[in-house]
Design a binder for this molecule. Structure first.
Ligand code: VGL
Ligand code: ZN
Length: 208
């Protein structure tokens, strides 16, 4: 068995004080640190939302649009986000208390201004891959535990892609290591992940 931990977007931008703050987003940091230190994992991967300043998911790029309204990007429906996680800004950095020394691989995403990338595996239009599935396959990962921010967007899309793109790999969601943007969206996300075959668990029930 080869186990990997996938930490989704534990960045300043999604924590209190950031540009797209998730309520209690910083509460996932100690959970991540504890799991990384546990010795359970052979590999730790952290994804990083890494947008150019003109990213098309930003309301600022669409005259007349306000953050959190629906809009369009390259002809597809797109939530209009506040500017967030712009490359080389503090907002895009990992939370300062996250133990970076335990991260083996950083997977950046969301660099193409014309498409959003909630999933750490591929863009929302499913055309371009980030390379994460190849990385995990090259390490012969058989169990993938994931957690992070935000439950209803990047965690959800990453978990569903993990099931879809890594057949035979056991995918687990560590629920107490996640926080979401919208409570109704979080419930839908948990249902969708469970329906797809993701095991929903939490850090206290994970075998170290
Ligand atoms: C995310 C919205 C926009 C996330 C990223 O990490 O969940 N959400 N970009
Ligand atoms: Zn983003």
């Amino acid at each position: 068995m080869t186990k990997a931990l996938l930490l989704i977007d534990i960045q300043n931008g999604f924590c209190p004080g950031g540009n797209l703050p998730v309520a209690e987003g910083d509460a996932v940091v100690p959970v991540a640190n504890r799991l990384m230190l546990s010795g359970r994992y052979d590999f730790v991967v952290a994804s990083q939302d890494w947008h150019p300043a003109n990213h098309g998911s930003f309301a600022s790029q669409h005259p007349g649009k306000k953050p959190f309204e629906m809009g369009e990007l390259s002809g597809q429906p797109q939530v209009m986000w506040p500017d967030h996680c712009v490359q080389n800004t503090r907002d895009a950095e990992f939370h300062p208390d996250l133990d970076k020394s335990r991260i083996d691989h950083v997977q950046r995403k969301g660099e193409n201004p014309a498409v959003d990338s909630y999933s750490a595996f591929r863009d929302n239009d499913r055309s371009a891959l980030t390379g994460l599935s190849d990385y995990l396959r090259s390490k012969n990962v058989t169990e993938l535990d994931l957690m992070g921010l935000a439950t209803d967007y990047c965690v959800r899309f990453s978990a569903l892609d993990a099931v879809d793109m890594l057949p035979g790999v056991t995918v687990r969601l560590i629920a107490d290591g996640c926080r979401g943007i919208d409570p109704a969206g979080v419930k839908q996300a948990l249902d969708a992940m469970a329906d797809a075959g993701v095991e929903i668990t939490d850090s206290s029930r994970i075998e170290i």
